[in-house]
Design a protein around this ligand. Structure first.
Ligand SMILES: [Zn+2]
Ligand SMILES: [Zn+2]
Length: 340
């Protein structure tokens, strides 16, 4: 098969011919229809302390058709189109049974190869795409499920005011679910107006370009009609949780979704005076995947607006490098067998 292979920090991915993978017990092989490029793909291929090694094939936001079944797989059939969770667990411990393979003691993140023509995936944690959903929709489920997990953790009060920091796909997914699961007003705040269109399509009722206001806290209160009861932090730079504490209402909740390897800084005074509740959220559970698929299949296609481009595998390495700089894209899809 053809695959985009990591060559090491500072070097572009290269397209190589690799042997077709064989699904192990409890796994299935999928012919990858679409795989989304994620900010974390860009990070893990550029940060000096990355855990991935040269020769690795990444790509964790994918969907495709099952073309081979590993031993012991009975729930899935050849020809099913599925969106897999990219973590593969043992399949039978408490965490795996609960649909949280990333908490399995044997979890693996290196099995799934979205940026290739085929990928092994864990059978347990595949969601079969309902009728009406394409592989392209399926590849959006992973980032949407990250937002859903965060919004579920927030336990929104119906009619509440929510703020989302950051307008990348995770911030957008958070605004999508916040609006649908109870928030009356959802303000998205980002550096510039570049992502406003996407935010509004995904459910934001207000958009604040931080660079254009001298008083962000005031702009947030004006937009929402008061301070936000919930803040979703989806920027992922040191200090962002501290900023969220400044903006949130007393006794408010902060859901920290952004990822940084730098130590976080915040004012203990602000945190304690407001009695802030901070919950950290990583990825999702199987039920988040399932529910996302169901909502999209029921006709809520707003997330499709996030897709700004689809590229072939051959064009993917340079497009990938291109996304490291400032760009107008939101979600770029890779079509390893060509678009269509
Ligand atoms: Zn991702
Ligand atoms: Zn397990």
């Amino acid at each position: 098969m053809k695959a985009a292979v990591f060559q090491g920090i500072g070097r572009p991915l290269s397209i190589e011919e690799r042997p077709d993978p064989t699904p192990g017990p409890g796994e299935v092989l999928i012919r990858v229809g679409r795989a989304g490029i994620c900010g974390s793909d860009l990070h893990m291929t550029s940060e000096p302390d990355t855990t991935i090694v040269a020769g690795t094939i990444i790509g964790h936001e994918l969907a495709g058709e099952i073309v081979a079944l590993g031993a012991g797989v009975t729930r899935l059939r050849l020809g099913d189109h599925v969106a897999p969770m990219p973590f593969v667990g043992c399949g039978h411990c408490a965490a795996c049974e609960d649909g949280r393979p990333h908490h399995c003691a044997q979890t693996r993140f290196d099995v799934v190869t979205g940026f290739a023509q085929y990928s092994r995936v864990g059978a347990n944690d595949c969601v079969v795409l309902p009728p009406g959903l394409t592989d392209e929709d399926g590849a959006l489920i992973e980032p949407l499920a990250v937002g859903l997990q965060g919004v579920r953790k927030a336990r929104l009060r119906v009619g509440c005011r929510a703020l989302v920091l950051g307008a990348g796909p995770i911030g957008l997914a958070s605004s999508f679910w916040a609006r649908r699961l109870g928030a009356s007003r959802v303000a998205v705040m980002a550096n510039s107006h570049r992502r406003e269109r996407f935010a509004r399509e995904m459910g934001a009722t207000h958009f604040i370009a931080q660079g254009e206001t001298a008083d962000p806290a005031g702009a947030i209160r004006d937009a929402l009609g008061g301070p936000p009861e919930v803040v979703f932090e989806a920027v992922g730079v040191a200090g962002a949780v501290g900023k969220a504490m400044e903006y949130v209402a007393p006794r408010g909740t902060i859901i920290a979704l952004g990822f940084t390897t730098e130590p976080e800084t915040y004012s203990c005074t602000v945190a304690i005076m407001k009695e802030v509740r901070v919950l950290f959220s990583m990825v999702y559970e199987r039920r988040d995947f399932q529910y996302t698929a169901e909502v999209m299949a029921a006709g809520d296609h707003a997330p499709r607006a996030m897709i700004t481009d689809t590229v072939s595998l051959d064009a993917m390495p340079w497009r990938f490098e291109d996304l490291r700089g400032a760009n107008a894209d939101c979600k770029v899809m890779v079509a390893p067998w060509g678009a269509g």
